[in-house]
Design a protein around this ligand. Structure first.
Ligand code: HEM
Length: 270
């Protein structure tokens, strides 16, 4: 039998090549910040090994953007941030709110405003944040309209956007009743009546909103359920779909951005 050649020994892996640090010497790993970074990376690695989600994360986060992308393109993310801020402050308000028309709702809001630690601040953030979100969503819609971003192949994202706009307005409408003061009560009566004037579906819609033909005992809890469960859930799901389409299709270049000519065409022109 022919003698097989002897293979050279494989190189030692780096940790085995370095001598261990002597007492009092640095082990070359850096300070606590480096350690913290390494710990973070380890956790991400651990999750990724079990879920393979890092590919999806990279696909979503590291996208190519067209030349000429500018500050107007941040309006969608700003709207999303406003929504997230509303969701977080809303959770804290829900910890104290009672949808009880016999004085409980008004009293619970008074309590949050005057007695709860930072309650007035959180309520203020939620109240002003709602206007901020409405302003931002209109600016974002204007941006996508004027940049022609609603055209092929982004029509579906525009349609999802329209539903997001309607849901955002529904949030404003249903939230307005919750303080249950005189202004909230009468404004909602007017708003529901306006809904009732809509063609065909109008009367059914206003009956659904009131929970009957008159503003009654269940109207407030109905508004509260729509405001804090139904619509935010739909908003979150649709924002997910909206962002998926943005990542998949990419964003539109500004209309004044001219396409670069391919080099062979440029040569042909010369
Ligand atoms: C909760 C509301 C909304 C959120 C969080 C949101 C979020 C976003 C984000 C983050 C983008 C990426 C690019 C950018 O920011 O401009 C985007 C793109 C887009 N959005 Fe929205 N959006 C919302 C509402 C709307 C509305 C109301 C419309 C229109 C009716 C709309 C239509 C579009 C379109 C067409 C694009 C594609 C833009 C492009 O290709 O350049 N969105 N949205």
């Amino acid at each position: 039998m022919p003698k097989l050649p002897k293979l050279p020994a494989p190189p030692l892996p780096p940790p085995l090549r370095e001598p261990p640090p002597r007492p009092g010497e640095s082990n070359g790993k850096g300070g606590p910040i480096e350690e913290a970074k390494a710990a973070g990376i380890n956790v991400v690695d651990w999750v990724d090994e079990r879920t393979s989600l890092s590919g999806a994360g990279r696909w979503l986060m590291f996208r190519k953007v067209p030349k000429g992308t500018n500050w107007f393109y941040t309006l969608g993310s700003a709207t999303m941030f406003a929504f997230l801020s509303q969701a977080v402050t809303g959770v804290f308000l829900a910890m104290y709110y009672r949808p009880d028309p016999a004085g409980g709702a008004y009293e619970s809001i008074r309590y949050v405003t005057n007695d709860v630690f930072l309650g007035q601040f959180v309520r203020g953030m939620h109240k002003w944040g709602s206007s901020v979100m409405v302003i931002l969503i209109f600016l974002h819609m204007g941006r996508t309209f004027f940049f022609g971003a609603y055209k092929y192949p982004r029509e579906l994202n525009w349609v999802i956007g329209v539903v997001l706009l309607i849901l955002t307005m529904t949030m404003s409408f249903t939230g307005y009743l919750l303080p249950f003061d005189q202004r909230a009560y009468w404004a909602t009566i007017v708003g529901v009546n306006i809904n009732g004037t809509g063609p065909l579906l109008g009367p059914y819609l206003s009956d659904f909103l009131r929970g009957g033909s008159e503003f009654g005992a269940t109207t407030l809890s109905r508004f509260y359920a729509i405001h804090m469960l139904l619509v935010p859930g739909a908003l979150a799901a649709l924002i997910g779909a909206h962002l998926y389409l943005v990542a998949k299709l990419g964003t539109t270049a500004p209309p004044w951005q001219k396409a670069e000519k391919r080099s062979e065409l440029r040569e042909a022109e010369v």
